[in-house]
Design a protein around this ligand. Structure first.
Ligand SMILES: Nc1ncnc2c1ncn2[C@@H]1O[C@H](COP(=O)(O)OP(=O)(O)OP(=O)(O)O)[C@@H](O)[C@H]1O
Ligand SMILES: [Mg+2]
Length: 270
């Protein structure tokens, strides 16, 4: 049985005056795995992610990380204890790449020399030449900036990594590379990664498990990618996965070595 690292227990978030952005979310995220939140725009993916490190506070319900209720940890401390990568790399434009990567370790009291040394190592880990460390973010390509964002999130060696559409701003080829890099990194690091995307292909490539959200912040299905493609839980998931994608991915072999046979998915709008 996999061990839970992050648990949502009946978590609801209602922003002022609105409908619930996240509605009664209950789910358990395995330690050392990649869990992908996927769904259409506005379905509460970012809100759910940000409640894990208290960038957003739930209206009701409980979230635990490693068995501890997150509200028992001061928000600033909690944020520094988890890596966070956002869509636009979120790098500080007036600081060099190395200084950007060293930010959180410095906040945690690591000496400047140590933090820089670690930042240099991380450049290599994410596949960037050390010469890039002296540049400013604007002097990097989009893909390079995203790699720096990942390096920065890894700098304090946090057990949990939260990634909100980190690869959506780059072209498909670079995106593919970054996905493969992340999978390669994860083999060594075995972090608990929560990854948000609106792209079902990205979700099935990266996720050990995939959580499909429907508008209104409802969890529509939470299962392995194979399961979601083979047996969508309802019409919404089936149409979100899409007929083409469903068939394309059905070359998959289940983990027990049994080939999965194509099952037509229901297409609502032709
Ligand atoms: N600060 C806020 N104040 C009020 N409403 C908000 C706020 N942030 C998000 N919302 C609303 O909550 C809902 C969920 O938003 P959220 O950003 O979590 O969606 P998302 O799934 O990440 O969407 P996207 O794919 O577009 O990033 C949306 O209806 C959004 O308008
Ligand atoms: Mg979002």
């Amino acid at each position: 049985m996999d061990q839970a690292m992050i648990e949502f227990q009946s978590v609801t978030k209602q922003y002022q005056g609105g409908n619930p952005a996240v509605d009664q979310l209950t789910m358990s995220i395995d330690k050392g795995s990649i869990t992908v939140f996927v769904g259409p725009s506005g379905c509460g993916k970012t809100t759910s992610l940000r409640m894990i490190n208290r960038m957003v506070e739930p209206t009701s319900g409980v979230i635990t990380v490693d068995g501890r209720d997150v509200t028992s940890v001061p928000a600033a401390e909690l944020r520094r204890s988890m890596g966070y990568v956002m869509q636009s790399s979120g790098l500080m434009p007036h600081r060099s790449v190395l200084d950007n990567i060293a930010t959180v370790p410095r906040l945690n009291g690591v000496s400047k020399t140590e933090a820089r040394k670690r930042a240099e190592e991380l450049l290599d880990v994410v596949g960037l030449a050390s010469a890039l460390g002296k540049r400013y973010p604007s002097q990097l390509s989009g893909g390079q900036q995203q790699r720096v964002g990942v390096a920065r999130a890894l700098a304090a060696d946090p057990p949990v990594l939260l990634m909100d559409e980190p690869f959506s701003a780059v072209d498909p080829v670079v995106r593919d590379e970054l996905q493969q890099e992340l999978l390669r990194l994860q083999k060594d690091l075995a972090k608990t990664i929560v990854f948000v995307t609106h792209d079902i292909d990205e979700a099935t490539v990266l996720g050990d498990k995939v959580a499909v959200f429907a508008v209104g912040g409802k969890l529509a299905q939470y299962a392995t990618p194979e399961e979601i493609l083979r047996a969508p839980a309802n019409d919404f998931v089936a149409s979100f996965v899409g007929r083409d994608r469903g068939f394309r991915h059905l070359g998959f072999t289940a983990s027990d070595g049994v080939a999965i046979h194509p099952v037509p998915t229901l297409v609502l709008d032709g």
